[in-house]
Design a protein around this ligand. Structure first.
Ligand SMILES: Nc1ncnc2c1ncn2[C@@H]1O[C@H](COP(=O)(O)OP(=O)(O)OP(=O)(O)O)[C@@H](O)[C@H]1O
Length: 305
């Protein structure tokens, strides 16, 4: 039993990673899109693969999905090659960036067909409900809006509640209600023990939901960790303005367009010093802002690395 863990519901699961990527390389002719990439996705976690445009996220996921062979290196999904469809596909739901559904099938027929092909069992009406498509069940795919097509992509990925769900930019093109509904459905999958891998350009979604994040830039993984681990690598920022003629406070500041910036790895201590100084000298700090580093800051930093 050394390689087993038990979840909160008492279900015994393997402790081996769900996805293992080792020294993965993807080449398109002479272009080297993914370079010696290694990471693992653990059971039950939500892993967000984030990165700049063209970083190689979709190329990496395509190998994990079994849609593209690796140029070099290995990817294992549930311990199998992703090309071993019989072993992997029934356990994995995929929401691609762009899917091709037959335009002359109805929404209900499309979900039923793709669901049957997945080898998993589910109730089509349930899946339509979870995906917010019940009212479009009889509509032809060709009549769906862009956001409704994304919901259909999501429906086919979550059909049968697969153990692993890969979501490539799932909320792009969705309005706020549809996004909330999608995340609620993802939360339910996680409660049932599914592992989720996603890419998104909405960093706040990853910041709120990911257990761990891998940050890619130009084909390589630049940083990996929890949000706290990633943001702690950069200083927090305090900014404020002072009334004209006020001498600056006795802490390290950088003047910027009439304001002052303080970069600090000890936000609480430096903010305390600044507020004490303002109080003792009777100075009115204007436009005072202080906050921890956000994922946006870390993201901007990787393109400067
Ligand atoms: N079939 C292909 N032929 C040639 N180059 C390709 C092909 N597919 C992708 N690329 C290139 O490989 C690089 C990585 O593309 P990929 O789609 O994996 O990036 P991404 O991180 O998903 O980007 P985005 O965030 O913009 O969707 C890009 O420079 C892209 O132009």
């Amino acid at each position: 039993m050394a390689n087993r863990v038990v979840d909160t519901k008492g279900t015994v699961m393997s402790a081996s990673p769900v996805i293992e990527v080792e020294d993965l390389n993807v080449r398109y002719g002479d272009f080297h899109a993914v370079k010696d990439l290694s990471f693992q996705v653990r059971h039950g976690e939500l892993y967000a693969l984030l990165g700049t445009n063209g970083a190689g996220k979709t190329s990496t996921l395509e190998v994990a999905e079994g849609h593209r062979p690796a140029s070099a290196g290995t990817v294992r999904v549930f311990g199998h090659s992703p090309r071993d469809r019989g072993a992997v596909r029934p356990r994995m739901g995929i929401m691609l960036q762009e899917s091709g559904f037959s335009p002359d099938l109805t929404v209900r027929e499309s979900v039923g067909l793709i669901g049957t092909l997945s080898g998993r069992r589910d109730d089509v009406s349930r899946v339509l409900g979870v995906s917010g498509l019940t009212h479009k069940a009889a509509a032809m795919v060709s009549q769906l809006s862009g956001g409704e097509k994304r919901r259909l992509d999501f429906a086919t990925a979550v059909y049968g509640g697969p153990e692993l769900v890969i979501l490539d930019e799932p909320t792009t093109g969705l309005d706020i209600q549809s996004r909330d509904a999608l995340w609620a459905a993802v939360d339910r999958l996680r409660e049932d023990g599914s592992t989720i891998v996603l890419t998104t350009h909405y960093l706040e979604e990853a910041q709120q939901r990911a257990d761990r994040i891998g940050l890619m830039h130009q084909g390589t993984l630049h940083r990996e960790g929890t949000v706290a681990e990633l943001t702690r690598t950069l200083p927090s920022l305090i900014s404020f303005a002072l009334p004209a003629g006020t001498p600056p406070p006795p802490i390290d500041t950088t003047p910027a367009n009439g304001a002052f910036h303080v970069e600090t790895f000890d936000l609480q201590k430096d903010l305390h010093r600044l507020l004490n100084w303002a109080h003792d000298t009777g100075v009115d700090l204007r436009d005072l802002q202080a906050g921890p580093t956000s994922l946006d800051d870390v993201f901007r930093a990787i393109s400067r690395d």
